[in-house]
Design a protein around this ligand. Structure first.
Ligand SMILES: Nc1nc2c(c(=O)[nH]1)N=C([C@H](O)[C@H](O)COP(=O)(O)OP(=O)(O)OP(=O)(O)O)CN2
Ligand SMILES: [Zn+2]
Length: 153
């Protein structure tokens, strides 16, 4: 039985097939939209109810997508069990059941908008992923209606 793709087919494609592989995690956190670069009046005007000092919470959903060639021997771009561990460290251990602005040092000086949450997750993952797995996209659902996509630009 042939275990790997026939060489002729691979040559036609110009190498191993490239796939995009995703995994989703959910975490709960609270936050307050407040910028240290704005006055209290400006913060209230721009962020409105989201600037309330008591904060508010979300059940975030994060979809991480990697791009890579399918290893002919394993049939995988990355082992999803490994991706699960990277996402646990980068997302769950850092932000789940936390107050983003008080518990995550990054957000002491950066406003905890969904845009910045996506960038933060990207930067965290980028530091841990192996060289052969290329980070393609981080998609953060703050609510069912509010979604941000970051692709490292
Ligand atoms: N560009 C951004 N704008 C806003 C963000 C953000 O992350 N990026 N975040 C918020 C708040 O966090 C807020 O929780 C979301 O506001 P809103 O859409 O009003 O959420 P609701 O739950 O009230 O949505 P409904 O439409 O009422 O269901 C604000 N802006
Ligand atoms: Zn919010």
């Amino acid at each position: 039985m042939m275990m790997t793709e026939p060489k002729a087919k691979q040559a036609k494609r110009g190498g191993a097939p490239v796939c995009y592989i995703s995994r989703v995690e959910s975490f709960s956190a609270c936050h307050r939209l407040h910028s240290i670069h704005l006055s209290d009046e400006e913060n209230k005007r721009i962020f409105g109810k989201c600037n309330n000092p008591n904060g508010h919470g979300h059940n975030y959903k994060v979809e991480v997508t990697l791009r890579g060639s399918v290893d002919p021997k394993t049939g995988m771009v990355i082992n999803l069990v490994d991706l699960k561990q990277y996402m646990k460290k980068a997302i769950m251990d850092t932000m789940d059941h936390k107050h983003l602005d008080l518990d995550v040092p990054y957000f002491k000086h950066v406003v905890s908008t969904t845009e910045n949450v996506a960038v933060f997750i990207w930067d965290q993952l980028q530091e841990m992923l192996p060289d052969n797995a290329q980070l393609h996209e981080v998609k953060v659902h703050e609510t069912d209606k509010n979604v941000v996509v970051y692709r490292g630009e």
